[in-house]
Design a protein around this ligand. Sequence first.
Ligand SMILES: [Zn+2]
Length: 235
Amino acid sequence: MNVYTFGTSSGGKDLYGVDIYAGTGTPKETVFITAGHHGTEGGGVEAAMEFIENYLESDTPFAQQLKERVRFTIVPCVNVDQYALAPAQRAYNNLNDRDLNSQYNRRRGIEPESKAVKELYLSIEEPINLAFDLHETEGEWVKGFSIFENKPYRRRILNHAAHAAGKVSKQYPLHSNGVIHDINPSCFDGFACGEGAYSYTFEAPLSKKFAIEDRVEMQLIALDDIITLYYKDRV
Ligand SMILES: [Zn+2]
């Protein structure tokens, strides 16, 4: 595991990335996972941290093969200035009051956090075939977990989100049927698709009905399932 800084937030804090790769030479591909674009969605940040821990500890033959072939690049917290505050004081936007997940469209102004994530992503030379962005949706109207699944231009659609939503639904409710194919070019999601990745945005329900442990678990179930489905025949 390699931990490094790749940029500076609007409040002057370091942005951290984590790479996990156990192979020799250049990895064949990278999986990119990011979280914490929004300062009030702590379950996503927690899930990214737990994913790192679980993946490092995992010693199944599949995990070993994956580690030797694929690099995982994880940015657990994009909006670092908000997460440095106590939970009750955190805001959704960054310190410049901008939504960091509407900064990926080239025609718009770009905040330092989103710009750094974009540059880190573009600096990776091997193909990134899977990209994940972990979020939560706030509101008592949110019934459960959902996944935005989008495919890059001209590649076939995957139905891994439906499978992952089915798996989550064994333990937790979904919002609607749990799967949305709807791309937003201003978001990380649209950016990653534009760069050739199958792109997944997770939305856990941020409401009084769901404890943070449950919201984290939903994200981890979906993450594990999609990565396993995609790579089970490829490593
Ligand atoms: Zn969000």
